[in-house]
Write a protein that binds this ligand. Structure first.
Ligand SMILES: [Zn+2]
Length: 108
């Protein structure tokens, strides 16, 4: 399995994953090979969003709670910043790993 590309649901040709970095729920991309309009499956996106949001929300609460209790705002700020970086990397990874594409009908 080629992990650098998504496969087009219509022709099976690979679609470069870097395009997904700019995708939202409503963005369509065009398959280079067959010209089909495809977009990420909303189910996989909402799953990733749910996991990322839940995990991020939980960790942010822990960091904020710890910062307020300890009074160490510098450390809290650094932890928060580190968390943001990690979450972005993780959500990027999961998006590239688990997003599936579906074809968008021409008349949609
Ligand atoms: Zn295609």
């Amino acid at each position: 399995m080629n992990t650098n590309k998504f496969s087009c649901p219509k022709c099976g040709e690979g679609v470069p994953k870097y395009k997904s970095a700019y995708m939202t729920n409503f963005t369509k991309i065009i398959c280079n090979s067959c010209g089909a309009k495809i977009r990420p499956d909303r189910k996989s996106l909402s799953l990733i969003g749910g996991i990322g949001g839940g995990l991020g929300g939980g960790l942010v609460s822990i960091i904020v709670g710890y910062t307020v209790i300890s009074g160490n705002w510098l450390q809290g700020g650094l932890a928060f910043f580190a968390l943001l970086v990690v979450l972005m990397a993780v959500s990027c990874f999961f998006t590239l790993r688990f997003t599936h594409f579906i074809e968008v009908p021409e008349n949609a």
